[in-house]
Write a new protein. Sequence first.
Length: 413
Amino acid sequence: MSQDRLLDRFLRYVAIDTTARDDAGCYPSSPGQLELGRLLVDELRAMGLADAAQDERGIVTATVPPSSAANRNAPQIAFNAHVDTSPETTGKNVRPQVIRNYAGGDIPLKGDARRVIRVADNPELAALHGKTLVTTDGTTLLGADDKSGVAVIMEAAHRWLENGALPRGPVRLLFTCDEEIGHGVDHVDLARLAAAACYTLDGSAAGEIDVETFSADLATIKITGVNIHPSIGKGRMKNALRAAGTFLAHLPPELSPECTDGRQGFLHPYTIDGGVAETTIRILIRDFDAHNLARHAEILRRAAADTREAHPGIQVDVRIAKQYRNMADGLAREPRAVAYAQAAYEKLGIAPKLTIIRGGTDGSRLTELGLPTPNLSTGEHNPHSPLEWTCLEEMEQAVNVVLKIAEVWAERR
């Protein structure tokens, strides 16, 4: 019954469009994030958490009390997920496809015959025969990143409150907005959260603890030209779009996501907007070694200089904004955060894998700010893609891991 409830939760949450918007200029960047937050508050209060609240920024918090008077002095820990979805693919009008007792083989997506979740590209499907999978219909995101995490935390809270004997100290729940555009924890009050450690539920597959992330900056390239009617453009028009093509051609292909893996960093142009008069390119700068970010930024500045030389009269401005840093250093300062997560997996008979993530989470920033926050698996697969899918049993495992982590912190205080 509780696993069916977990599925129902997830399907309820993905029905709300919470797509983050880079250009909104506000937090949260889309009204659906506020809508989902209000729903979470209503559900938490219905469970009995009277302090559940959504602040003026849309951030939702609540406190699960300790299981006994003896556990009141256990360290308070927190669990976090983000309610927004990536702007790279729409999260509007999500039509999930629930596949029970998956029999193996490729999975065609009903909304777009061109899109198929293929076993060749998703070898993890081979171990999931007989499981319940949830996919998109091929026209939108599913939103498992990170509504799988939201559903997992909400279900764990429900089970704690249904069974007051489940051992735990005080637990804080935290649901943030705009993680996908790098602003998830901009307005989190760590003093009020008052946690010794936190765990983001925002990971792929099952059985993994992410202990390192990329370090990340965002480059915004503004190319300014001169627009004039093309009939009189000779010697007068300066086409920013053509200059943008030159700029992109100067980026080393070996530093692209298509050509890198493991600990290799990359430069990833992911949006281009504008026209003849002005064009803006946004580029993700990523590397596990934060010192390499400056080297990657210098490549962009050289490309800008080469573009100006190739297109006299064109202006190219490169602006670099810090996003987040590798969580590894911060986690080393509070070893219990990872060690207790490992112990929780082991209590469940699962050998945990310590992994690196070629991306970032709210935990990257939280750790940098002083709150150690490793990332846990929640069954996410193919995030940011219309080929996104999740596995209910992997989400269920994540619920049990959350319950056990709270138990370990209560036992080992």
